[in-house]
Design a protein around this ligand. Structure first.
Ligand code: AVJ
Ligand code: FE
Length: 439
């Protein structure tokens, strides 16, 4: 993006805005009015709230701030401020109806295209490299993933459909050694990177082993079958308290039928596929599995090193496969397939060390709390990242099948509470390298 001329950047922004809107429209047109306004889970907003909130954020940043235009509707800002009303209370609010919400987001978008025609991409930090537009594109895509998670919680006849991902293939190794030493973590040059990904800095790891693929359903089922959920040894204190209190026995949306595990995915119940990455597990379950397996979760630093570090050059790259934008052969992203792909489905997306499916498929829990890097600066607003820094949130990396390429990079950081399972989250394991393994 950095090298694009103004016209090409404008064109790029327009295409990205259209892509995110097409997805928001598809996710909201898929259900009837009743399903748009109702609460599918206390964890989620009504779909119509997400939709109008997308428009409201776009109005605040692109119409009013960047464009300097009059408000489209200043009376609704408070309704769509995520910090004013909890998700569970949103169905009770006097929200725009679906018809009103569609008219509103359309009106905002027309103004944004007008603003875009004359926007300059230098002279103001907010617009550098088209950042404000990129932030809004990513914001919409993030809410589209949230809306997809709402769809997963929705009860009723299936309404979403997508072709299956490519087939899996055996991998050469189950884990690989990542050498110890420094590497460049974070970024100061990626134009659309968000504040929490900045700045680029040197980070250090000891040598460690990391799994070449996310943990599969088959392995996770082995943990369950061995009594993992009932054995305190594998759980942290907080995890053990939670698993008992919430009476967890398997990933969310799993159900045992006879001797087999079934899962409900967007309303379709089918046997769990052994070689697909496990999804809908909490951080606590991921942590317990890893301990049972004699391993641990990777730290966020280790995950990023595995995803970016090229041992041949010593350089950190944008993606595991190199610097090119994600293409279909690299990763399962963008809601093209509404499920994780089996292990080995994306050989072209592997890292130089042979780590597969770091990007796409499932968000991967790391053992790290969400904090700002040294040199972190709020940009452009504290409520994006900074207010979430602290020990309550765990970092997830890599993006899921529900996340868009525009909102996923090897530096991208997601975060959530360690008990959350409605997000498309799985994990992979890591372990320390013993001295004897380093020769
Ligand atoms: C980065 C996914 C944790 O959904 O809470 C959306 C993204 N921020 N609107 C979230 C976000 C403001 C955020 N996550
Ligand atoms: Fe938001």
């Amino acid at each position: 993006i950095d090298d694009l001329g103004t016209d090409r950047l404008r064109e790029h922004v327009a295409v990205q805005l259209e892509r995110s809107r097409a997805r928001s429209v598809a996710l909201t047109d898929a259900v009837d009015e009743h399903d748009l306004v109702r609460q599918h889970s206390k964890l989620m907003s009504p779909l119509v709230w997400d939709f109008a909130h997308i428009g409201n954020q776009e109005e605040l940043w692109l119409v009013r701030d960047v464009g300097g235009r009059e408000p489209v509707r200043s009376d609704i800002d408070e309704l769509y401020d995520a910090f004013k009303h909890s998700r569970s209370s949103r169905p009770e609010l006097p929200l725009l109806t679906p018809v009103e919400a569609r008219r509103y987001v359309g009106e905002v978008r027309n103004k944004v295209f007008d603003v875009l025609e004359t926007a300059r991409f230098e002279g103001r930090k907010l617009l550098d490299g088209g950042f404000a537009f990129g932030m809004i594109v990513q914001h919409e895509q993030q809410h589209d993933e949230t809306m997809l998670a709402t769809h997963q919680l929705r009860v009723g006849a299936p309404v979403l459909d997508a072709p299956p991902p490519p087939p899996g293939a055996p991998l050469a190794a189950q884990e690989v050694l990542v050498p110890g030493g420094h590497f460049t973590m974070g970024t100061s040059t990626e134009a659309w990177a968000l504040d929490n990904e900045r700045p680029a800095h040197q980070a250090h790891t000891d040598p460690f082993f990391i799994d070449t693929a996310p943990v599969t359903n088959a392995r996770y089922a082995a943990f369950i079958d061995s009594g993992g959920y009932r054995d305190e040894r594998w759980w942290s204190e907080a995890g053990w308290a939670h698993v008992q209190h919430a009476k967890l026995v398997a990933p969310r949306f799993w159900e045992r039928v006879g001797a087999e595990w079934y899962r409900d995915r967007f309303g379709v119940v089918a046997p769990v596929v052994p070689d697909e990455p496990v999804v809908h597990v909490s951080f606590y379950e991921a942590e317990a599995y890893a301990r049972w397996a004699g391993k641990r979760l990777p730290t966020e630093v280790e995950w990023e090193k595995a995803a970016r570090f090229d041992p041949a050059t010593g350089r950190s790259r944008r993606y595991p496969w190199g610097d090119e934008e994600p293409a279909e052969e690299h990763a399962n992203l963008g809601q093209r397939h509404l499920q994780p792909a089996p292990v080995g489905a994306y050989p072209a997306g592997a890292s130089p060390l042979g780590v597969h499916q770091l990007i796409g498929d499932v968000w991967e829990w790391t053992s790290s709390d969400f904090h700002g890097y040294t040199g972190f600066e709020v940009f452009p607003y504290a409520e994006y990242s900074q207010v979430f820094f602290g020990p309550e949130y765990k970092v997830l990396r890599g993006g899921s099948f529900g996340a868009d390429p525009s909102a996923v990079r090897s530096t991208f950081r997601n975060w959530d509470y360690p008990i959350r399972r409605q997000i498309f989250a799985g994990f992979r394991c890591a372990r320390d390298a013993e001295a004897a393994e380093l020769s």
